[in-house]
Design a protein around this ligand. Structure first.
Ligand code: GDP
Ligand code: MG
Length: 442
């Protein structure tokens, strides 16, 4: 996680040895991607740090996030989907608005995280030491460069302090747990990458044994709902525990009602490649956690990203599963104004919608919400928001958080007089709304 352009995708590219970042439109991550890093790969990359490094995990599944999405908000059985997060900070820009937004979300969900202080190669005079452990790299720098680094580090530590967090370079940090660890990195020349990988794995292994231990009970979260040519509407999921099989009966949360369907195909991308890179998929009869998987099945059109997927076992009570699948959705629906007056809000996942609703409800904001939607803004959403034109004209607004608006929807909104405000930072939506309301009042 982190601010746009902090180097999240490039870091992952550097670890994988690929170049997704330059292939992306405008360099920005358009879609969710998940990459599986096998333990052998991590062992190879961390060799220089400690040849005898004990790696007990079979690998790490890394989820890259678009600049504005928050994966702490994707839940698996009530808690955060991720075991551990990497907050990427650009050393040349220090803490930025989305760094702080990410920070707050991580804390809200009690997600463990470490800081990658990226772009150290941008420090003026930096001598590149390709893929070297950070301590080795910093030793080779001139005193001036060392001073510059320490100065920037001190500034950033102060900024974290302002957010109520103590931080320390990871190899100096004696109070891991109380004090947040910082790993300096460069995604371009690879300094600090061995440190990042080893520290991440070792810390997780040490502090989250229970969470990391594999269990048979399926635990699976829907990351994205996507239409794929030749496959229809598919869902990209992260399987955290258990096994999925072709032909499994599954239940997922739908916008209106639970969706019960059968797994037609289980698809993955090739190891060490990212799932969003186009290409052929591998087909599987069964897949064991942890993996990111594309599932094809019928009736997934209204599946809600950010919710849990359940597999129906022989002794399971279907009604109980259906209820449990819809629980998250219902808790969100319950926040909608009973009066039926308020704006319409739309977000990419249930998690980001929740974060937005929470914000709109906060005492400093207090914007009533009458309706919600997930995914791109379509004509039907404009129709729903348009209901307000008769009830309370100034509420005929859609606040669209990190979602696209279809051309037809935009045209219809113009015709009807429904306002659409789009932003990929939550509080920008508030600013847009506030300005608009003030203008109306005038
Ligand atoms: P994201 O939005 O956080 O995923 O950022 P990207 O990975 O797309 O990187 C944004 C820009 O910063 C790209 O032009 C990268 O090449 C550049 N960049 C990322 N990491 C580094 C780094 O460690 N050093 C330097 N010099 N540039 C970097
Ligand atoms: Mg990116």
């Amino acid at each position: 996680m982190g601010h746009v352009d902090a180097g999240k995708t490039k870091l992952l590219d550097c670890i994988r040895g690929t170049n997704v970042q330059e292939g992306e439109a405008g360099g920005i991550t358009q879609q969710i991607g998940a990459t599986y890093l096998p333990a052998e790969n991590i062992r190879e990359r961390t060799m220089e740090l400690r040849a005898d490094a004990q790696l007990n995990v079979p690998g790490v599944l890394v989820i890259d996030t678009p600049g504005h999405e928050s994966f702490t908000n994707l839940r698996s059985r009530g808690s955060s989907l991720c075991d551990i997060a990497i907050l990427v900070v650009d050393i040349t820009h220090r803490l930025q608005p989305q760094t702080i937004e990410s920070l707050n979300l991580l804390r809200m969900r009690n997600t463990e995280f470490i800081v990658a202080l990226n772009k150290v190669d941008r420090i003026s005079g930096w001598k590149k030491c390709k893929n070297a452990p950070f301590v080795k790299a910093i030793r080779q720098q001139t005193e001036d460069v060392k001073d510059l680094f320490n100065m920037k580090l001190a500034e950033i530590k102060t900024q974290f302090q302002d957010q109520g967090l103590n931080t320390e370079l990871y190899y100096k940090n004696k109070e891991k747990g109380e004090c947040l660890s910082i790993v300096p990195t460069s995604a371009i020349s690879g300094e600090g990458i061995p440190d990042l990988l080893l520290f991440l794995v070792q810390w997780a292994q040490k502090t989250m044994v229970e969470k990391l231990t594999y269990v048979d009970k399926v635990q699976c979260t829907v990351l994205e709902v996507k239409v794929i040519e030749g496959h229809g509407t598919t869902i990209d999921v992260v399987l955290v525990n258990g096994e999925l099989h072709e032909g499994d009966q599954i239940v997922v949360c739908g916008l209106q009602e639970p969706i019960v369907t059968t797994v037609r195909a289980l698809l993955t991308s090739h190891p060490m490649k990212e799932s969003r890179v186009k290409g052929t998929y591998l087909h599987h009869k069964k897949i064991k956690a942890a993996q990111s998987i594309k599932i094809t099945a019928q009736g997934l059109e209204h599946a809600v990203a950010g919710t849990c997927l359940h597999v129906v076992g022989p002794d399971d009570d279907m009604d109980a599963i259906k209820n449990s699948v819809m629980e998250d959705m219902e808790s969100v629906m319950s926040r909608i104004e009973k009066s039926g007056e308020g704006v319409y809000v739309q977000a990419s996942t249930l998690g980001s919608l929740e974060a937005l609703l929470e914000f709109l409800k906060s005492p400093a904001v207090r914007i009533p919400v009458s309706g919600i939607g997930i995914g791109p803004v379509h004509k039907k959403d404009i129709m729903k928001a348009g209901v307000m034109l008769e009830k309370k004209k100034e509420d005929a607004i859609i606040l669209a958080f990190d979602v696209k608006v279809t051309t037809e929807a935009r045209e219809l909104a113009d015709d009807m007089g429904v306002k659409i405000f789009c932003a990929d930072i939550i509080y920008h939506l508030f600013d847009l709304y506030k300005d608009y309301i003030e203008k109306i009042k005038e």
